[in-house]
Design a binder for this molecule. Sequence first.
Ligand SMILES: Nc1ncnc2c1ncn2[C@@H]1O[C@H](COP(=O)(O)OP(=O)(O)OP(=O)(O)O)[C@@H](O)[C@H]1O
Ligand SMILES: [Mg+2]
Length: 305
Amino acid sequence: MSKIIFVGGKGGVGKTTCASSLAWKYSKKHKVLLVSTDPAHSTRDLFDIPPKRNEDFYTYSQNLHILEIDGEKESDIYISRIKKQCCEMLSPVILCEVEKQLDTASISPGAYESAIFEKMSQLILKNKEYDYIVFDTAPTGHTLRLITFPTSMNTWMESLIKKRKKILMLKNMKFNKKNKFSNDRVLNILESRHSWISDISKVLMDPSRVSFNFVMNAEKLSFLETKRAVKTLDEYGINIDKIIINRLLPNSSDPFWQGRKDKESMFVDMIFQDFKEKNLIPIPYFLEENTKILETIGNLIKKAT
Ligand SMILES: Nc1ncnc2c1ncn2[C@@H]1O[C@H](COP(=O)(O)OP(=O)(O)OP(=O)(O)O)[C@@H](O)[C@H]1O
Ligand SMILES: [Mg+2]
């Protein structure tokens, strides 16, 4: 079973850099899939891979593959699948109305996220090829919704199942039939969906399979956002085990830069106080070009874990 690594954090703090560094590092000995769930993909750019038309999957090396999830494409696949299921269950008159509703739903913001979640869970539950799957995610809010999706979906699914069973019971009573819930196609779909979501929930809460890495910078807004994210995920029973404090400035003889460094050090102290139970990984600010820092950062993160 593959190990799953999520890399999240505020916009611009270095998520893509850290996720790519980890993927790079692991790919030295293992088969790795680096997945970008951020609609504004930049994972491929970091590896200097030119874009290919209609392509979301790239091979960087024999052991390192990159997938940039195309939310729109996944959303189309997702809605077509639901339409197909409806086709098998509904009369042509109702189907026409449902199709209209689904077309409207397909362009709603929720559909995009559901589709990304769908693809993410398929990768996590069905993959047999990779030893590691590293998710480079979008800024915090988006990521939190993605990771906490199963919990909210589960509650919704449970209420739909309950409602469906009630309808079936009333139907059975009216026609004086014995309970034959298992023959009901709608209930079967709802229950298989519920079990799929429970499976992904279990994986996300299993620290032996999943590691959550938060990237932050030692400054006020990033600090506050990370505190909120850690608290929210705690409430969902998801533990952030590593916090990467990225782009730490060196000491300087220049008063401006030393002033910034002093302010940063104040936040570093606060981070070490507030997150003392987490594995905190400081990463310096590097001058080198993107691909050159990947190996150095990958080594630093791996060494600290
Ligand atoms: N330790 C570092 N030293 C020097 N530059 C860094 C370091 N980490 C990241 N960078 C640079 O900072 C910039 C932002 O990094 P990155 O794209 O990884 O952030 P991000 O969190 O993924 O951003 P977004 O939220 O837009 O996806 C990039 O130019 C990257 O090269
Ligand atoms: Mg990024």
